[in-house]
Design a protein around this ligand. Sequence first.
Ligand SMILES: [Zn+2]
Ligand SMILES: [Zn+2]
Length: 253
Amino acid sequence: MELIDSHAHITCDQLYDRIDEVINNAVEAKVARILVVCTDFVSYERALQLHHDKITFDLALGFHPCDLNEFNEESYERFEQILKDGKLVALGEIGLDYHWDTVQREVQKEGFIRQLKLADAYKLPVIIHMRDATQDTLDILAEHANTKFLLHCFSASKEVAQVIMKMGGYISFAGPITFKNAKGLQEVPQVCDMNRILVETDCPYLAPHPYRGKQNEVKYVTSTFSKVASLLEIEELELEKTMKDTYLNFIGQ
Ligand SMILES: [Zn+2]
Ligand SMILES: [Zn+2]
């Protein structure tokens, strides 16, 4: 197998502490490629150093809606410098999160739109974080997204998934789709275009069944992948090939 984890925070403190183990476990689980999502400059600098013969590391950077109070004009200047360096395959994760009311909604919207404009300027696809903020997120995407976009760790309804498909967006499924109480979410893959779905771990958060409660890591992407294959009733080998094409299409390679 040659799986892709399309969203992993392996350079965050929790996982970076044992990064060699995390990467070796991923190799053993036949993961061939990881989109390393960085949420600050420390995790980005670490990600630049990642190297392994058997795994391709792609990099993304973005200011998460819950962290926006930590960034200022200087941060945006530094971000632009990194964008100019050309080492990012995507911008994100960015978006709206009304679940944790740590950052004012207006501040979140402003940061989201500002970063969508950066993605447009540097022609990068965007990774979207959307939690309890469906309508506002879709409205902003409709108005300001001019590059490809992916709703990561999708947790909304199949109706919302259909809207995203109509808008030309991509959807990525994470651990929650494997949970026993996730019946609604488990109906989503069938209504999606097969060429626009991916899987991810979003590690270190939300380990899939049967590892729920453990610290999540890249190797567990196999559980989510198998679950999605069984929900779609297709051969794992076929889904693996399709997802590889989908991923390369999303990052424009
Ligand atoms: Zn997220
Ligand atoms: Zn994430």
